[in-house]
Design a protein around this ligand. Structure first.
Ligand code: F6P
Length: 193
């Protein structure tokens, strides 16, 4: 059977200072992950592999060691709108309503002039259809919220609102999805960076 691999980008400069969103580059550790990811995928010895990333620098840099990478804007991170480039503490101080709403109803809360998880699920739909129909193996290099949406789809989670926004998706970890009768097998590979 063919496989779908999902990972977040390597650690970004913004990750190191706790800022959300933005379009920062990878940190030195993130660059190390980009190399390790290529090595890991080579070890999978796949006959054919498509590689997708988002339109943001951190996923493009994470995928830079692969050939023929497809960059999709639909895979960009959840748009934090007016809260983009803030830390969670700054969101709490400057947008207390948003902070509180996210704490109680993260799935449906839309950042002012930005997106909610529900919005991201919707914009990912064509990408998910493409993933389902692809005959090749596909590696998707994306972002925390996007990875949660993709994984919840393949895990066939029933109650999206209560589960999806809380799926644990660590940095520097690859999720390998294999279709099996009546579902998918999901294996988790922390690459130790
Ligand atoms: O902090 C990294 C990040 O990808 C942010 O860019 C994004 O806003 C956030 O994670 C999504 O996670 P949560 O919905 O838990 O804030």
């Amino acid at each position: 059977p063919r496989h779908i691999y999902i990972t977040r980008h390597g650690e970004s400069e913004f990750n190191t200072v706790g800022k959300i969103g933005g379009d920062s580059s990878l940190s030195p550790r993130g660059m190390e992950y980009a190399q390790r990811l290529k090595q890991f995928m080579d070890e999978q010895e796949l006959p054919n592999l498509r590689v997708w990333c988002s339109s943001l620098k951190r996923t493009i840099q994470t995928a830079q060691n692969f050939d023929d990478v497809e960059s999709w804007k639909a895979l960009d991170e959840l748009d934090a709108g007016l809260c983009d480039e803030l830390t969670y503490k700054e969101v709490e101080e400057q947008f207390p309503d948003v902070y509180r709403d996210r704490a109680t109803d993260k799935y449906w809360t839309r950042y002012p002039r930005g997106e909610s998880y529900a919005d991201v699920v919707q914009r990912l739909e064509p990408r998910i259809l493409d993933l389902e129909q692809a005959q090749e193996n596909v590696l998707v290099v994306c972002h925390q919220a996007v990875a949660r949406c993709l994984l919840s789809y393949f895990q066939q989670k029933s109650d999206l609102a209560s589960q999806l926004p809380y799926i644990k998706v660590d940095l520097h970890t690859v999720f390998k999805i294999t279709p099996i009768p009546y579902g998918n097998l999901i294996e988790v590979f922390p690459l130790g960076i």
